[in-house]
Design a protein around this ligand. Structure first.
Ligand code: RAT
Ligand code: ZN
Length: 438
């Protein structure tokens, strides 16, 4: 077998041997740093919101939904448990009494393996001892190194009481964490958003006249100044329409789009969630619905100067999203979101995107909520991406064009960081030059 150690490959050499090509793609995808464009991970300084360690990992909402399928315990009884008790139950149910076959459960195995912890133990003692002994800063460094994540984008909600207070305390944190300004409360829950804005001293009427619009703009402008977001974002229901005869349409047209244009901020649209399909499951109770891609197309037509990032939750929408992206160069598909983040679907979507868009898309984001999830989400994603790239370069080779190591690196870099950095004007390697800033 031919070895693929980097120094053994002349980067301009054509890779005509398929086994060498495969090894080289794997090495490139595994080692290329990724910018994680959408996460819910916050830095350790966000006290109370920074999630890390085995109890947070096991009480991830993906695993809670799975646990409640394999135990007789009632939802009410589950929620009456403490976090540690919930974690114990998830462990016993999914890892002791059953084999961890699902993607989210396998993720825990990958994380434990990365830290050389046994995933066959009957209880969580060893893992708890290990994680509680870690210093948050050193552990963060280690996790980012293991995941090969150079930068990550947080989800920052100015309507979230606890988070708002943290920002108000003029916090400083690691410059690899970048903010995104989340607008779900404003765009999906206008009644409560209005009340909240009033409490914050902004005079807003439900009719959304010009004074109210100016007040909401003042609110957003203030948060943009404070957070320096790399983009604004909103998750939208499957039945999202644009144009529409509703408050959301009004807010988009009079507040959000002008804000995006004036600040030169991209807008991330995450479409297709059905919130609270089973309220008894709380955060684990959201579902999926097929979205109308035409609504997204109309936004792209009407706002050609705005850059949109888009991820759609339904598998059925993925081909249409690729076609829409072919039509609009202000539309950037990103990630395989939430229920799509499974190897079979990541492979399918990545293949579809490569075939229709070449390297002009962002193949994955982690959506991690707990720090160590970055390890498994990126490890698993990289395996799927590398396999699809091998197929793609292999087919190109069969058609008569071999690629070089340099070209593979260029393409992988573009997909794992370049496309996003260009889209949102994030200087490459920005964290290195901007440590500890907010
Ligand atoms: O993937 C998830 O963890 C979901 O719960 C959501 O947070 C989703 O990613 C979102 O950003 O709305
Ligand atoms: Zn998310």
């Amino acid at each position: 077998m031919i070895s693929v150690a980097e120094n053994q490959i002349v980067s301009a050499e054509l890779l005509t041997d398929k086994s060498l090509l495969q090894q080289h793609i794997k090495m490139t995808v595994d080692t290329e740093p990724a910018v994680d464009v959408h996460t819910h991970v916050l830095p350790p300084e966000f006290k109370g919101l920074f999630l890390s360690g085995i109890d947070d990992l096991l009480t991830y909402h993906y695993l809670i939904a799975e646990t409640l399928r394999s135990t007789d315990i009632s939802h009410a009884c589950f929620w009456s448990l403490t976090k540690a008790e919930r974690a114990d139950l998830v462990w016993k149910t999914l890892f002791v009494d059953n084999t961890p076959l699902s993607e989210a459960a396998r993720g825990i195995v990958s994380i434990l393996e990365a830290f050389q912890l046994d995933s066959r133990t009957p209880d969580l003692e060893e893992a708890r001892t290990f994680f509680s002994a870690q210093s948050p800063q050193e552990h963060l460094e280690r996790v980012l190194t293991m995941a090969r994540v150079s930068d990550l984008v947080m989800t920052n909600d100015p309507f979230h009481e606890q988070e708002r207070k943290i920002w108000d305390s003029a916090i400083t944190f690691d410059g690899r964490f970048h903010a995104s300004l989340r607008l779900d409360s404003l765009l999906n829950d206008w009644t409560n958003a209005r009340q909240f804005l009033e409490q914050q001293g902004h005079q807003v009427s439900s009719e959304l006249g010009s004074e109210s619009v100016a007040e909401i703009r003042r609110f957003l402008d203030g948060w943009i100044l404070r957070m320096h977001p790399v983009y604004m974002a909103v998750s939208l229901p499957a039945d999202f329409q644009f144009p529409a005869n509703d408050q959301r349409d009004l807010l988009l047209r009079s507040v959000v789009m002008p804000t995006a244009m004036e600040h030169g901020l991209a807008l991330a649209l995450m479409i297709g969630v059905k919130r609270g399909v089973n309220p008894a499951l709380r955060a684990a109770g959201d579902g999926v619905g097929r979205a109308d891609v035409a609504a997204l197309e109309r936004l792209c037509v009407e706002y050609p100067s705005v850059k949109f990032l888009a991820t759609l939750l339904s598998r059925e929408n993925q081909h249409e999203l690729c076609v829409a992206a072919r039509k609009f160069n202000n539309l950037m598909p990103f990630g395989c979101w939430w229920f799509l983040n499974n190897p079979s679907i990541v492979s399918e979507i990545t293949r579809e995107r490569l075939e229709l868009l070449g390297p002009s898309f962002i193949p994955q984001h982690s959506d991690a909520r707990v720090l160590e999830q970055l390890i498994y989400k990126w490890q698993h994603a990289r395996a799927s991406i590398a396999a699809v790239l091998f197929e793609t370069y292999g087919r190109l080779l069969d058609s008569g064009r071999a690629v070089t190591a340099q070209e593979i690196k260029r393409d992988v870099r573009r997909m794992l960081s370049g496309n996003f950095c260009n889209w949102v004007n994030l200087p490459a390697g920005s964290a290195l030059s901007r440590p500890n800033q907010n």
